[in-house]
Design a binder for this molecule. Sequence first.
Ligand SMILES: Cc1cc2nc3c(=O)[nH]c(=O)nc-3n(C[C@H](O)[C@H](O)[C@H](O)COP(=O)(O)OP(=O)(O)OC[C@H]3O[C@@H](n4cnc5c(N)ncnc54)[C@H](O)[C@@H]3O)c2cc1C
Length: 523
Amino acid sequence: MKFLGRSVSRAISQKSFRLVSARPGGTAVDIEPGAVFNRKSSSITYPPGTSNPPLRSPTSDDAEAFFGLMGYREGSLIRDSETLERYNIDWTRKYIGHSQMVVRPKTTHEVSSILSYCNDEEIGIVPQAGNTGLVGGSTPVADEVILSVEALNEVHGFDSDNGILTCDAGCVLQSLHDYAKERDHLLPIDLGAKGSCMIGGNVSTNAGGQYFYRFGSLHANVLGLEVVLGNGTILNLLNVNRKDNTGLDLKHLFIGAEGTLGVVTKVAISCPKLPKARNAAFLALQTFDDVRRTMALAKSELGETLAAFEMMDKAVLKLVAAEKDIPVSVEDCSYYVLVETQGSNHSHDEEKMETFLETTMEKEYVVDGVLAQDMRQVMTFWYIRESCNPVVKDMGYNYKYDVSIPISDFESVIQEMKERLKVRPDAMVVNWGHVIDGNLHFNVTTPGDFEENPEILGLIEPYLFEAVVRRGGSISAEHGLGRCKNSYLGSLAKDPVSLDAMLSIKSTFDPNGILNPGKYFPG
Ligand SMILES: Cc1cc2nc3c(=O)[nH]c(=O)nc-3n(C[C@H](O)[C@H](O)[C@H](O)COP(=O)(O)OP(=O)(O)OC[C@H]3O[C@@H](n4cnc5c(N)ncnc54)[C@H](O)[C@@H]3O)c2cc1C
């Protein structure tokens, strides 16, 4: 292990680390009917602030009909409460639905028949993929039917000349990475939940992830989609040409629509070649200005090889270090950064990285750092970064936010919020994020206390969103709106003309409002 200046006190050990698996599970959560669902009534009661289309609760007869539409295939219909729990409770364990049935179609035709039935019967339906979304989009608001795409999980082909993968929406992202890797390619999207999230969910949330800077958004990488609309119509947008200027490119409407316009059933995605070389460094910095300066230097010095630049603050790294066996000790620095390069020539890339690191030390932007010596160490750095989400979730109640802010305003937003939260010393602010994309994951946790506290929530919302918008940022960088931020869409995100246009598209593709009711759009 090579150290720069003073070493980060412990060297990378030879231990191997377990990669993060984000599959929901662990402690069972009691499903309380509460105010949102009246089991005695046949009508859905939506909580205030969410939309309330005239949908009805699905019945046992409907369940039987769904089962028939899927050929009475074993496992295609889930009704037992224990199994239902996994689909009703989201990853954050905050958004708990009360669905009494999950349908697991295996073909696009089955998806179409189910949606057509629900459209005619005015039954709400929640598309679900890996259920790792962080804004409550993937679980029902009340007792809507959950349509899981997990049984739609075949790869349909890989065009190795052009690097284009075509697959079903329910393919797990990690398995697609493995598939592409065997063919010397990779997926242009990677995130901590890759062991559970599915490509249909990634597309529907327009997920960003850690290599967004390198590969761009899914709008740039998804070439084609197959989508089933609210009334069951199958829209074949499965273009596999890199260039196609024939009419409106409708697929873009479904990328990031969070299941409100249609169910994505197939995806064609552009896959870059695997890089021949990957280098990574883990750096300790004293101030956020140092983070900014180091990032600017990384852009100019690492140039085309720069693949990722991730930030963690001291508070979150301390929590990770307390919970996980990680090979860095957290010293007095306020910020920590993971820089990765990807390229085609290891020694050339390494030389660039070393020059970059030496310059950061000379200019005193970086206090300390460590350069990965092999791929195992690169993966260890990512293990640290990817542990932020699960560690903070398991600490206590997690007030979780994902915002875009001009980089020059990152610190002032954090300070403004810390100031507001001063009256609650039990509320700990921890931050990390894809800083190179202007994306901050602002988190507040109450260690040991797993109940949401209305006072703390009231200190954060809507003030964080207002602070972000005042500085020209976005209230949702990559996680989406779901039912966490949908009520702010009209007030803090889109002007009335844009919102009207969005609503008219919604009524075109889902005229009866059966798809993901109570989410995304303001009530
Ligand atoms: C540990 C961890 C790390 C994460 N890191 C990142 C990150 O770096 N970047 C990032 O952007 N997100 C991140 N996320 C959030 C989440 O993983 C992403 O939003 C992911 O894309 C969701 O995929 P999923 O398959 O789990 O979808 P789900 O959670 O099942 O669904 C998400 C939304 O898409 C809709 N949907 C799902 N499938 C379909 C479909 N086939 N057709 C139509 N609508 C559908 C759902 O209704 C819901 O609204 C992270 C989450 C965790 C738990």
